[in-house]
Design a protein around this ligand. Structure first.
Ligand code: BGC
Length: 747
């Protein structure tokens, strides 16, 4: 059993001890009955209050509105508060609310618990690089346990936005470019956050966001316009959302963007027709931060009343921060612009979620200071964070096996992130503490290397500013070393919300410093922390090894040090393509062929092909790519049949052998190409993956199954079907694999 699975089991056991409900719980009627009886007593104002959410002043996650949430709670005008955390604080607010709520309706507290609450795991994109569903579920479970112990009921996660554009800063919060991988990870996260029982004191309600297609913002600029065909929307962007509905997610959040002229927050097509009707979602929909207000600058509402009308009619149940529902719904009802049934539906959905969380049985269920202390930063949580961080490391290059390092080597560690406790936990790190809590690379290395004469640590340069006065000392130490390790990257806030970049090179003068290091003639290892794919063409040519560490979280320094010194064998695989330069963006592995596909340098026709004249079409590192200290060999690809019909299966098997000198894990990936369709189809699509552990010298047969269901897409009539015809199957360690076979789907 691998360590993550073992930790998951252990945690499941220890957490279930705490899962019983509190002593002070009231006995209440079944949900539907309880909520119907409560609503029968509620005035319209009280119903509207349930659709209103304000921010506390704990964390700032959006523009200021000037609304005083304390005053509003005192007026009984609030259904939910976000950004209030900690048992004491939430307890105080809940008490204030209950004293002012005629029917004693509890508040629900929401917070962005994205990759950990206090114990911070790798950023979501880094977690996606584990391709390990148990690891990701475990991370969400730990986050939920800590958040719930700190008074939080509801997390605004998982963020399931597919994105093919590394300029967009929010790729750090998502699972990357692929629909299949993103869907599996979305479900794992919902399971981890919500467990089997929302009312347990160690689970939180999840919120799938941002609905929808936010990751397709034009030119990667945050909040920008999105326009795409319904086919692409349904095939590429919606599946992770739908999968979380099927997994029982309690809430959804709208996105800021428009799609085809309609802002998502006013989109009846998305919120009612697809989400609530077609998918049968019975949870509630919250807007993103002030997204109803933003219908005015979007240009679909002339004032706040019209904005509120559009949102409610579209299917928005809760107004995050903007105060529009509070200000307008009653008036809109009087004017006949919205109906009481619409307000009732929104209110019911919110109340049912509160019921599911056990808040009517006991509004203080999550307020226990003793438990808060015990659960926060528990040893098992830190161990889990370390495990997941180790699994998220992606080895991009390793010439002459410069990695792993040996303890006897003299190593000069340099770079702005070498002794960093701030950036290492990444953006959207909830209540995660940075200084004094996060383990830096220097600290991690010092735990492994006891002979201090073997290592030096120098910053050399900053991430952004161009001061050069620290460079000399760093170069002097580097000159005396056997190997140089440069720890570099982005500031944590260069990715995440409102952090789009047009230039995705290493920022500042870091590259200049690398070229100075290179001149010393020693092997140079580059360790990267960043929230998005970077353009690393120069680094790939000039560095001896590159380790992509993302922002690896509280235990990040240990994870990196253990990987550098071979105590962890990297097994992460890229969840997003790394371009050669920013001009290739958007670049993704499951692109279409075009009518003039370019076959590469060997193509007899170089002109009039779909290509650039200044750079190859291929990426620098493809989706699914990642090396190991050991070497995996793939052979003997076999299909149990060359023919598939609508009720049979094909078994696909491949032998994977560990031919190197380390035990290690490999992510075996299966891709399929539908060669001819009634509409054009991608050159390949991920349809399965398995992570296998192989001891050195070991060989295993890895099996997959293919059914017609795996081959479905939206055909020319927008029917979701598998069309008969020829298919290719590819298997390998990344999306560029050429190992392939064929089969036919017949009627
Ligand atoms: C973000 C959401 C987040 C919300 C609340 C918004 O600015 O887009 O992802 O959940 O703020 O903090």
């Amino acid at each position: 059993m691998n360590t993550v699975k073992a930790t998951l089991l252990l945690l499941a056991c220890t957490l279930s001890l705490h899962a019983q409900k509190g002593k002070n719980d009231k006995k209440i009627k079944p949900k539907k009955e309880f909520v119907a009886e409560l609503m029968a007593k509620m005035t319209v104002d009280e119903k509207i209050a349930q659709t209103v959410q304000y921010t506390a002043d704990g964390t700032v996650t959006g523009p200021k509105t000037g609304i005083n949430y304390i005053d509003e709670i005192k007026k009984g005008n609030v259904g939910s508060i976000l950004n209030a955390t900690g048992v004491k604080y939430t307890n105080m607010l809940q008490k204030l609310n209950l004293e002012n709520s005629r029917l004693k309706i509890p508040l629900i507290f929401g917070y962005d618990v994205i990759h950990g609450y206090k114990t911070i795991f790798p950023i979501t994109l880094g977690e996606a690089a584990t391709w390990d569903l148990s690891a990701v579920e475990l991370s969400a479970r730990v986050a939920a346990a800590e958040a719930a112990a700190n008074g939080v009921h509801w997390t605004f996660a998982p963020m399931v936005d597919i994105s093919r554009d590394p300029r967009w800063g929010r790729v750090s919060e998502g699972s990357g470019e692929d629909t299949y991988l993103g869907t599996q990870l979305a479900v794992a996260r919902v399971k981890g956050f919500q467990g089997n029982d929302l009312a347990s004191i160690n689970t939180v309600m999840a919120c799938t966001k941002h609905f929808a297609a936010y990751g397709a913002a034009e030119a990667g600029r945050d909040y920008n316009t999105v326009d795409m065909s319904e086919r692409t929307l349904r095939e590429m962007y919606l599946p992770p959302f739908k999968a979380t509905v099927d997994a029982g997610v309690g809430s959804f959040m709208t996105s800021f963007n428009e799609i085809a002229g309609v802002p998502a927050t006013a989109s009846k097509f998305l919120l009612t027709d697809i989400l609530k009707k077609e998918w049968g979602f019975d949870g509630f929909v919250v807007t993103d931060y002030t997204a109803i207000n933003e219908l005015i600058p979007h240009g679909v509402a002339k004032d706040s009343a019209q904005a509120g009308e559009l949102a409610l009619k579209a299917g928005v149940d809760m107004d995050m921060v903007g105060g529009i529902y509070m200000k307008n719904l009653k008036k809109l009802l009087k004017e006949g612009k919205v109906t009481e049934a619409q307000i009732n539906d929104a209110c019911r959905r919110v109340l049912e979620a509160k019921y599911d969380l056990g808040l009517f049985e006991n509004p203080y269920r999550y307020n226990d200071e003793k438990r808060e202390k015990e659960v926060t930063y528990k040893k098992e949580h830190l161990d889990a964070a370390l495990d997941v961080a180790k699994k998220s490391m992606v080895l991009l290059k390793n010439s002459n096996n410069v990695l792993p390092l040996h303890k006897e080597q003299k190593v000069a560690f340099v770079g702005p992130l070498v002794n960093d406790e701030w950036n290492i936990i990444g953006s959207w790190a909830a209540s995660g503490d940075r200084y004094g809590y996060a383990v830096s690379v220097q600290e991690g290395v010092n735990k492994i290397i006891t002979d201090k004469s073997k290592v030096t640590f120098d910053k050399g340069v900053e991430i952004i500013d161009s001061r050069r006065d620290m460079m000399k000392a760093a170069l002097d130490n580097a000159r005396k070393a056997d190997v140089i390790v440069a720890v570099m990257g982005e500031f944590e806030n260069m990715s995440g919300e409102a952090a789009s970049r047009t230039d995705i090179d290493l920022p500042g003068i870091q590259k200049e410093f690398l070229s100075e290091l290179k001149k010393l003639g020693k092997p140079v290892v580059l360790v990267l922390m960043n929230g998005r794919p970077l353009t690393l063409t120069w680094e790939n040519e000039n560095m001896d090894a590159i380790l992509e560490a993302w922002f690896p979280g509280t235990m990040g320094g240990d994870a990196i040090a253990q990987t550098l010194y071979g105590l962890n064998v990297p097994s992460g695989k890229l969840p997003m393509t790394f371009p050669r330069n920013v001009g290739q963006v958007p670049i993704y592995y499951n692109h279409k062929n075009t009518g003039r596909p370019y076959l590469g340098a060997g193509d007899p026709e170089q002109k009039y092909k779909s290509r650039y004249i200044d750079v190859d079409n291929s990426p620098l590192y493809p989706f699914g790519y990642g090396l190991s200290y050991t070497k995996f060999d793939y052979s003997n690809l076999k299909l149990s049949s060359q023919t598939l019909n609508y009720s049979t299966k094909i078994k696909v098997s491949v032998d994977v052998a560990n031919e190197g000198n380390f035990d290690g894990e490999e992510v075996v990936q299966l891709y399929i190409q539908d060669e001819v369709g009634s509409v054009t189809r991608p050159v390949k699509e991920l349809k399965g993956f398995k992570k296998v552990f192989l001891k050195k010298g070991e060989k295993k047969t890895v099996e997959f199954e293919i059914t017609a269901d795996d081959l479905r897409f939206y055909n020319i009539d927008m029917k979701f079907v598998a069309e008969p015809g020829d298919f290719k199957v590819f298997i390998g360690g990344d999306s560029a694999t050429k190992l392939q076979d064929k089969f036919v789907l017949v009627n």
